[in-house]
Structure formats: structure tokens, C-alpha cells
Design a binder for this molecule. Structure first.
Ligand SMILES: Cc1cc2nc3c(=O)[nH]c(=O)nc-3n(C[C@H](O)[C@H](O)[C@H](O)COP(=O)(O)O)c2cc1C
Length: 355
């Protein structure tokens, strides 16, 4: 029996397996609206055997976009464009999730294949950024520190985007609180120097994330699973650490999250990451055991047996992969084949099951 290909039930949703597609920005939307690229890109992973496909970091407000070409969910045109993509994923047997995001001080930047680097100037369509404190990400424009009305608007933005995501048919939601984006900026003492109730103690630094979870859960009701992606360490001195991540993970679950998606880094350029296969798996295990919460592991998990091992050792409850799905959109079919797992293949592809 393969653990990787055993189902996982979160609230009212039973995912057909535990090998999932990690959210990946495609920088291919116009005015936040997903288009032809997304129609092909996302459903192909459902044919390829994924249990859950989480669509890219999708901005809850326009100023929360990482780049001008990010997807969004701040208006109904964006909602309506997501709906057929979700339907296509569901028709192919997988579930569709979406990552709700606000980039904070890392917003308004060039997409990876642009020739420029750093912040997009206003003359080129960029916008002023916001953050917990007026501290720039190295090489980026200085953000404006959010005031309390601005913080309230962020909470409302997440809740409104969650409602549109559900209306578009998404059955799983994820809040992005990792990789140096806004909610992570609040969590880390390196980017949060506030002296009000949103800064200082871990409880205060977590306050915005927990308010966002409350807001999203209120919209989502009792049936919809909610994931929260965190960076369990900043990989930098004086930053957010795994022991804090375990505590925050526990609080997130108390506030209505169902699973902590454990990643790391992205807050500062001087991070020191020891990259190797499965390098973030021990973090998922720390959060799972320390916080007594369900977790996913992600990061250089590229081989079926390796993913199976992550589950067998109890480090996580499911596995996200990113780049391996880009290299092979049928990673799930291949993994099932290698593990000898009995899965339902797309009938059109049945003949590839046997030699
Ligand atoms: C093209 C690309 C875009 C990404 N965009 C996002 C994103 O939108 N949200 C996010 O949380 N992580 C994003 N990531 C990180 C992945 O979700 C994943 O955590 C990371 O690539 C490590 O997993 P892997 O080694 O299996 O690729 C992105 C990664 C890639 C390669």
C-alpha cells in the first residue's frame, strides 16, 4: 500500500492522493485575469495524476501583486476567468486550490524573464508598496508602513478574495504567509519593527496572520479546507525560527486552518540555505511534532520513493512538488507506476500503464 497514493480527507474534501502541485507564479496574467496559459498549464497536472493543484500566488488586492502579470481575485472578472480552469481540473479527477497572497514590500517587481531587476517604477506601471515597517527588501523600493486602516483592508482583501475563489469553484484555499511576502514580513523580527499590537512579541507578530485566517474561515464556512504556507525559518540570524513556526502553526489551526504547508526563506537576500534533496522536510517534521498539526513538506522532493519516505517517517501528511511537475506534468502517473500503486488513469492514457 502506497501512502503517497492513499486519499486524504480534509473537512468535506477527499483528495485522491497526497502528491500535490505546489503553487507556482506564471507571470502570465493581464490585469490579474488568468488566460490561455493557465487553461492549459493547470489542468494538465490533473491528467498527470496530482491529487491537489494549488494555483499560483494570487493577489487579493492590486498592490499585493509580486509583478504586474500576477493573477488576482480582487474583482469579478478575475473570478469568472478562474471558473472554467477550476472545472477543467475537477473534470480530470483532481481538486483545485488557490493561494491567496499579498506581496507587501516584495510587490511591484519585474517578472523573472524581464531584463530589469528590482522594483518596477511608476512610469513602467509599478506602484507604491506596503509593509509592517518602512524597511526595504534589499534592492527594492522602500515600502510604506501600514496603518491600522491599511491592516484592516488587508484582512478584508483576503476574505473578499476567498469568497470569489469559492464562487469560482475552488474547493481548497491556501493563505500565503511564506517567502518574504506580507504576512511573513509581519511574522519576522527582521522586517517587523512595529511597536503596536502587531509587533514585538510572537503573539503580536502573528496577529495579522491569525486575523486573516479568521476572516477567510468566516467566509469559507465549515466544509472548505484551509492551508497556510509558512516559511519556518528565515535562514538568517535574528529572524523567524522553526520553534516559533511550530507555535504559530498550532495557533493557525486553532483559528481554523487545517494544514500547515511548511516552506522556508525568502525574507532577506543574505539568507544561508543548505540546499539538498528534501531540505525542508525536517522543518515540516518540527512544525508537525512541535505544533501537533498536520503538515505538508515541499522542496527538492523529486522522486516517488523519496516522497513516500517523507510520509512513512511521519514528517508530513502530504507532499507538494513544484519544479518536478514542470519538468514532467505526468509526475503523478510516473510516481504511481514506480510505486506500483493502483490509481485511476485517464482512460485515454491507459495503454501507458503496461509495457
Ligand atoms: C516558477 C515558480 C514559481 C513559484 N511561485 C510560487 C508561488 O506562487 N507561491 C509559493 O508559495 N511558492 C512558489 N514557488 C515555490 C514552489 O511552490 C516550491 O515551494 C519550490 O519550488 C520548492 O519546491 P520544488 O523543489 O519541488 O520546486 C515557485 C517556484 C517556481 C519554480
Amino acid at each position: 500500500m502506497s501512502l503517497l497514493f492513499s486519499p486524504l480527507t480534509l473537512r468535506s474534501v477527499t483528495l485522491r492522493n497526497r502528491l500535490w502541485v505546489s503553487p507556482m507564479c506564471m507571470y502570465s496574467a493581464v490585469d490579474g485575469v488568468p488566460g490561455d496559459w493557465h487553461h492549459v498549464h493547470l489542468p494538465q497536472f490533473a491528467d498527470g495524476g496530482a491529487g491537489l493543484i494549488v494555483a499560483e500566488a494570487t493577489a487579493v488586492v492590486p498592490e499585493g501583486r509580486i509583478s504586474p502579470h500576477d493573477t488576482g481575485l480582487w474583482n469579478d472578472a478575475q473570478r469568472d476567468a478562474w471558473a472554467p480552469i477550476v472545472r477543467s481540473i475537477r473534470d480530470r479527477g483532481a481538486h483545485a486550490g488557490i493561494q491567496l497572497a499579498h506581496a507587501g514590500r516584495k510587490a511591484s517587481t519585474w517578472w523573472p524573464w524581464a531584463e530589469e531587476r528590482g522594483s518596477v517604477p511608476a512610469s513602467e506601471g509599478g506602484w507604491p508598496t506596503v509593509a509592517p515597517s518602512a524597511i526595504a527588501f534589499e534592492g527594492f523600493a522602500e515600502p510604506v508602513a501600514l496603518d491600522s486602516a491599511g491592516i484592516d483592508a488587508v484582512v478584508t482583501g483576503f476574505a473578499d478574495a476567498a469568497r470569489r475563489a469559492l464562487d469560482a469553484g475552488f474547493e481548497v484555499l491556501e493563505v500565503h504567509s511564506a517567502h518574504g511576502y506580507l504576512l511573513h514580513q509581519f511574522l519576522s523580527p527582521l522586517s517587523n519593527h512595529r511597536d503596536d499590537e502587531y509587533g514585538g512579541s510572537l503573539e503580536n507578530r502573528s496577529r495579522l496572520l491569525l486575523r486573516v485566517i479568521d476572516g477567510v474561515r468566516a467566509v469559507a464556512g465549515e466544509d472548505i479546507p484551509l492551508l497556510v504556507r509558512i516559511s519556518a525559518t528565515d535562514h538568517a540570524e535574528g529572524g523567524f525560527v522553526p520553534e516559533e513556526a511550530a507555535v504559530v502553526g498550532g495557533w493557525a489551526i486553532e483559528h481554523g486552518a487545517d494544514l500547515i504547508d511548511v516552506s522556508s526563506g525568502g525574507l532577506v537576500l543574505h539568507q544561508q540555505i543548505d540546499l539538498h534533496p528534501g531540505y525542508q522536510v525536517p522543518l515540516a517534521e518540527t512544525v508537525r511534532q512541535g505544533g501537533r498539526v498536520a503538515t505538508t513538506a515541499v522542496g527538492l522532493i523529486t522522486v516517488a520513493y523519496q516522497a513516500e519516505q517523507v510520509l512513512a517517517t511521519g514528517a508530513a501528511d502530504a507532499v507538494f512538488a513544484g519544479r518536478e511537475w514542470l519538468r514532467d506534468p505526468h509526475f503523478g502517473l510516473r510516481a504511481a507506476h514506480e510505486l506500483g500503486a493502483e490509481i485511476t488513469w485517464p482512460p485515454q492514457y491507459q495503454r501507458a500503464r503496461w509495457r
